[in-house]
Design a protein around this ligand. Structure first.
Ligand code: NDP
Length: 337
């Protein structure tokens, strides 16, 4: 098996907590080095994460011939420039969600990766959650009949260590829509195997957002086949948990606490008063699954868990939700206009 070296662009919480360990745990992948805008932070990250190199510039990382892939987890405003530079240097790109701050930038990333012949994947890891895949399989098998409606809520209290740029820097892609609505949108697109064609939403910003960024968003999406999807994403609801519900003519699938970094949560099939727990095979840590699928794609042997195109679509839906809230009218996501 060809060994693929990985470079980490961004000395972030998520790289440290999940992606460096996931790359290390994946056969054929090995984490090599990190680029941070702060030498001190980069060196500390490399030391504590067991990486052998800390680069003092993005160019130095991209020139490293030992790297075949990069994971980008900087603030969202930097993803596009960094991904395009990585593609031009011939590196495969696993980029955090949202792919970018604007749909146009995300499309430029997609074009650059296609032109360079490298993989672009979006880190919507929830597609790999065993609960979500079980729901999708049951829907495909007709367990709930014809889908008539869905609901997703991704509401929690933003963890203390993440109360930085997400709350203070709208220009860096702060705010709950680009943080969580992109996940909600991707999960619904995947579960229903359908596109979102229209979004209506309202936002609030008087909690943690302090009038600077929206900290809550509620709304309705319309799918191309017709069913409506109710969504609520928030940084300011500490006790709601999260969940996804897909309602059909023959039953409802109800999932609780499944929108997480770990393969946790429960799914029930409800028909009238009868509630049946769905047995879930919790096989894989979610980010390891995403990295393994990315590796297959990089070797030309498969598709990434979530593609660049999917990342453009989820961003377009979140942007449509924000535009709808601002203009007080329904908006079609740019990708389907
Ligand atoms: P962090 O806030 O940890 O890091 C983002 C950037 O902030 C880093 O690249 C770093 O810059 C800079 N930074 C880190 N620490 C400091 C500090 N002490 N002082 C000044 N700057 C600092 O980001 P997250 O890990 O929360 O998020 C990174 C990306 O990952 C985002 O795109 C986010 O949307 C995504 N994400 C995805 C999740 C998912 O579910 N898939 C979950 C969480 C995040 P430098 O690199 O230059 O050192």
């Amino acid at each position: 098996m060809t060994e693929l070296g990985w470079g980490f662009i961004g000395a972030s919480i998520w790289a440290r907590r999940y992606l460096v360990p996931a790359v290390r745990a994946t056969p054929g992948a090995h984490p090599v080095g990190v680029f941070s805008t702060s030498t001190e932070r980069g060196e500390e990250f490399a030391r504590t994460c067991g990486l052998s190199r800390s680069y003092d510039s993005l160019g130095a990382l991209l020139e490293d011939a030992d790297l075949a892939a990069v994971y980008i987890s900087t603030t969202n405003d930097l993803h596009a420039t960094q991904a395009i530079a990585a593609a031009r240097a011939g590196k495969h790109v696993l980029c955090e969600k949202p792919l970018a701050v604007t749909v146009e930038d995300a499309q430029r990333m997609q074009a650059a990766c296609a032109e360079a012949g490298v993989v672009l994947a979006t880190d919507h890891h929830l597609r790999g959650a065993p609960t979500i895949t079980a729901m999708r399989r049951l829907i495909e098998q007709g367990a709930i009949g014809e889908v008539v409606a869905a609901r997703v809520f991704f509401s929690s209290s933003l963890p203390e260590d993440m109360r930085t740029w997400r709350l203070t820097r709208p220009e860096a892609g702060g705010g709950v829509a680009l943080d969580l609505t992109v996940h909600s949108a991707d999960t619904i697109r995947y579960l229903l195997d359908d596109e979102i064609v229209e979004v209506t939403a309202l936002t609030a910003s008087d909690g943690l957002g302090r009038g600077i960024v929206e900290d809550s968003i509620m709304g309705v999406m319309r799918t191309s086949r017709g069913p409506l999807v109710c969504f609520h994403d928030s940084f300011t609801v500490p006790h709601a948990g999260n969940g996804v519900e897909v309602h059909g003519t023959a039953g409802s699938l109800i999932a609780r606490d499944v929108l997480m970094a770990e393969p946790v949560g429960e799914v029930y099939l409800r028909r009238g008063d009868e509630i049946t727990p769905i047995e879930i095979e919790r096989r894989w840590p979610l980010y390891e699954h995403a990295v393994a699928r990315f590796m297959e794609a990089a070797r030309g042997e498969g598709q990434p868990l979530t593609s660049g195109e999917d990342g453009v679509a989820s961003l377009a839906i979140a942007r449509a939700a924000l535009e709808s809230a601002e203009r007080r009218r329904p908006v079609a996501p740019a990708a389907v206009r």
